[in-house]
Design a protein. Structure first.
Length: 197
């Protein structure tokens, strides 16, 4: 298997304690590195950046210096893996703010004559996996709620800037794990890392 360049984006906003999202990312990274893939990590909660407040700022202001390396890592990667907990049915606000900041004209899609050209996607040729933890059963979220926020992420952010295919791993009932559930999920993420999927 050819080695792939992988960037892991840790979207859990809590840095005070380790969470399942952190363990899942570590398992994925260990599997990928053992298989010879090259892994970089972006920990959104450790980055310093403001939220965007206007279209003008998004189109014309410079990318905050605290996000320059993260944007470079995304450009470098062939495969992107996002980890986050489901909060109020969606990704945490900090992760959404991060994605809004890094997906700027000139990076996420071409920027011509001072305006964004949305038809020319800037991150084609990259695949992604979205790993989401949640308190509810994953099947309820996927089928009853139709995984609405994950579909929005796939279509309106990742797909919009050219990232495809996008695969998902939904991990439900994390507050009620049975004895082997955690180790089973960690082993699965390690296998996904080995295959760079």
């Amino acid at each position: 298997m050819t080695a792939k360049r992988i960037v892991l984006i840790q979207g859990h906003p809590d840095t005070t304690v380790a969470h399942l999202c952190h363990a899942l990312a570590a398992a994925y990274a260990a599997g990928a590195e053992d298989a010879g893939h090259i892994v970089r990590s972006v920990k959104v909660a450790e980055l310093d950046f403001p939220l965007l407040r206007s279209q003008q700022a998004w189109e014309q202001d410079a990318l905050p210096s605290g996000l320059q390396q993260a944007q470079a890592d995304i450009r470098w990667a062939e495969h992107i893996v996002l980890f986050f907990p489901l909060w109020l049915g969606d990704m945490p606000a900090l992760l959404k703010g991060f994605l809004e900041q890094v997906a700027r004209p000139g990076f996420a899609f071409e920027h011509e004559a001072g305006r964004a050209t949305f038809t020319k996607k800037g991150l084609k040729g990259r695949s992604a996996r979205v790993v989401v933890t949640m308190g509810m059963p994953a099947l309820i979220y996927r089928w009853y709620f139709r995984a609405h926020s994950i579909k929005s992420l796939e279509r309106n952010i990742l797909g919009f800037i050219g990232i495809a295919p996008v695969h998902t791993t939904l991990i439900g009932m994390v507050g009620d794990f049975k004895a082997n559930d955690g180790s089973r999920w960690l082993a699965k993420l390690r296998r996904l890392g080995e295959r760079a999927q």
